[in-house]
Ligand binder design. Sequence first.
Ligand SMILES: *Cc1c(COP(=O)(O)O)cnc(C)c1O
Length: 230
Amino acid sequence: MSSIADNIGTVTRRIQKATLKAGRKPDSVHLLAVSKKRAADDLRTAFAAGQRAFGESYVQEALDKMETLADLDTIEWHFIGPIQSNKTRQIANAFDWVHSVDRLKIAQRLDEQRDSALPPLNVCLQVNINNESTKSGCSLDDLTDLADAIEEMPNLSLRGLMAIPDPDQPEAELRSSFRKLANALKKLRQEAPASGPLDTLSMGMSDDLEMAVEEGSTWVRVGTALFGPR
Ligand SMILES: *Cc1c(COP(=O)(O)O)cnc(C)c1O
């Protein structure tokens, strides 16, 4: 079994290769280490190997790890899971980023509950790009209204869009899902001013990160390829 440090190297080289192929700068894509269901020690090992950004999907599990890893002061926490409204206060204040905002009520609560002494919370709107009935995410048609509403929210910075396309669809359709998300971000940038730089496409996971990078991803969210099977 290869070590977490080796895996970080391997995934980083995969990202670099994909950026090269796409004619993009290697540092234009960030690696989010998806650490849900991993022990705090695994995160510490990844941190020691240089990894700073970690993605968590379950609030209580994440808060426990934050406490255990409180000495790692340059660690960056990203929330990527479905959001229940009774958890927004903890999410708003414990995390640096939230990739999975998918409705107005959640955005409003995160804005109201984020401590205004902290920097604005970086948020992405999650899009249900394949219209799967079982998946969270807003529809492409909702994006303009949501972005307009977030413009009025001082404690949120709208960074961009996130999607989890159905990984089982044929390659051409997967690519077209990534492209749809990239085009939706371009469209948002051309519309009214937003409360944030709209510089982020959170897409691509262990098995499809190359394709996502070719289609413009700026954050790939990788769990299995770094830490092994869950
Ligand atoms: C679990 C998860 C990932 C990572 O998936 P892997 O296949 O382990 O790389 C990425 N994004 C989200 C939203 C996840 O929940």
